[in-house]
Design a protein around this ligand. Structure first.
Ligand code: HEM
Length: 454
């Protein structure tokens, strides 16, 4: 009898897939026409902007999930990492999960740029499923322990964010005054690696994250800037590690734990290994936490009811409800809409005549986590902003073996960082362009001015 009960659910989900796809097609045509006859820049530029905006991306994915769930293009979309000029894009949740679970078929591409940054060695995000990967991740997990999150990380972020917001005169440039200083402060308090200044560590990590993950067209100018930043970053960390070791100071932070493991001659924990591991972690920490916090805030500000709900939860101290608002906002605006891999051999993805695709060795395969979080075949009521979704719904920082190393930190830090600000009375955008995200030529929010009643 169970199958009889399941039947209407299955049919309803298929119908939703159809309606979503057709609705997206109509909306895309509408926004395309509006962009064609709009003002400012070229028509092609305006259409491109409409398609790549967060709403545009969701519409394109909704259409693809219906008509071409696994699209294979004879087109080179990435020049920064070696590939054969073919790109596949997977949009349905089942296929995204499948791709990101098959590490022997779809490998990470980042090794060459990781090696440039460290001056020779790979970092574990750039490694395939090897003993070396397991060794390095395990070592760093011993230094960044899950129990640190409630004991060290969250209390620090709560206190620092509350202090910052308490000093504000009723206006704030969120990235500059709150999210970047808190993320940088965590690098000092918890990691023990503050950098020579907040500005320097923010610049290095932002530039190198951009170079590693976002510079898909291999911009030579960015390459030159990344090489300088990497050399400066390495030199500073080498000096910092040597100075801490020479001082004999015992500090219970990530660096202190690394040095203790090195002193115990643990494999993979020489001072050079420690420096390279820390470079990878620091790059992963600052631009991501700061950038993601601003995306969540911006998305909430675009939605009056959820925004009011988040503010009320912050004021009432309902941390679970506040977190639910923030992560649901990020479902609509994740920092990365896709995770990309390279096919390690000739293989296939998915089954059935509509979805099955042959993938040639060295093709780039993009698995869209954004699309996966809106797939009506797997996510109930995907178009609605809901705060009662199970945590497993969210694919905000990767999936599978390379799922974000900072996942537990992210889940705790993002709400803790934003809570004191969201609790301010009558929080609102500043007028005009100042009240919108300004990335200042980088991939991440650098300015976003808000106001509140003091
Ligand atoms: C909200 C903030 C963050 C976002 C959106 C984010 C995003 C991601 C994503 C998408 C991946 C997977 C990349 C792939 O599979 O190709 C990843 C992996 C990783 N992240 Fe994060 N991240 C965040 C915060 C952090 C923090 C705070 C740290 C450091 C403490 C960190 C360190 C790493 C590392 C080391 C990996 C590689 C894990 C592995 O290879 O096993 N990230 N992150």
């Amino acid at each position: 009898m169970q199958w009889l009960l399941n039947l209407p659910i299955v049919l309803w989900r298929r119908l939703l897939l159809l309606l979503q796809g057709l609705g997206a097609l109509a909306a895309l045509i509408g926004s395309g026409i509006a962009a064609l006859f709009g003002k400012g820049g070229t028509a092609a530029g305006r259409i491109g902007a409409a398609l790549t905006s967060p709403t545009g991306q969701r519409r394109v994915f909704a259409l693809l999930r219906l008509v071409q769930p696994n699209l294979v293009l004879n087109r080179r979309t990435i020049s920064s990492y070696e590939n054969n000029g073919i790109t596949a894009l997977a949009t349905r949740r089942a296929d995204v999960i499948d791709i990101l679970s098959r590490d022997d078929d779809f490998g990470v591409v980042y090794a060459p740029r990781m090696k440039m940054i460290t001056g020779g060695e790979n970092f574990f995000l750039g490694m395939q499923d090897t003993p070396r990967y397991t060794r390095d991740v395990s070592n760093m997990r011993l230094t960044m322990r899950r129990e640190d999150v409630p004991v060290i990380v969250t209390p620090y972020v709560e206190a620092k964010s509350a202090d910052i917001v308490a000093m504000l005169p009723g206006v704030i440039d969120v990235p500059q005054a709150l999210t970047q200083p808190v993320a940088a402060g965590l690098l000092d308090r918890y990691f023990g690696t503050p950098g020579p200044s907040e500005a320097a560590i923010a610049e290095w990590t932002t530039l190198l994250f951009w170079y590693l993950f976002i510079d898909l067209q291999a911009d030579p100018d960015l390459d030159a800037r990344a090489r300088v930043a990497a050399a400066d970053f390495r030199a500073w960390l080498d000096r910092h590690i040597a100075a801490r070791r020479a001082s004999g100071e015992i500090r219970d932070d990530v660096l202190g734990r690394c040095l203790a493991m090195g002193s115990a001659d643990m494999p993979g924990m020489s001072d050079l290994d420690i420096r390279n591991n820390l470079i990878g972690l620091l790059i992963g920490e600052l631009p991501t936490l700061s950038g993601t916090a601003n995306l969540a805030l911006d998305e909430l500000l675009n939605r009056p009811e959820p925004f009011a709900g988040a503010c009320a939860a912050a004021r009432a101290g309902d941390d679970d409800l506040l977190a639910a608002h923030i992560f649901e906002a990020l479902r609509f605006r994740p920092l990365n809409p896709v995770v990309y891999r390279r096919a390690m051999r000739d293989t296939t993805i998915a089954g059935g005549w509509l979805r099955r695709r042959r993938i040639r060795k060295d093709s780039i395969v993009m698995a869209s986590n954004l699309s996966a979080m809106f797939d009506p075949l797997a996510i109930p009521d995907p178009a609605r902003f809901r705060t009662d979704r199970p945590w497993e719904t969210y694919m905000l920082w990767g999936y599978g073996m390379h799922t974000c190393f900072g996942a537990h930190i992210n889940r705790a830090v993002l709400p803790a960082m934003l809570k004191p600000l969201l609790a301010r009375p009558n929080l609102r955008r500043a007028a005009g362009a100042r009240g919108q995200i300004d990335t200042d030529g980088t991939p991440f929010a650098q300015h976003l001015h808000l106001e509140f009643d003091s």
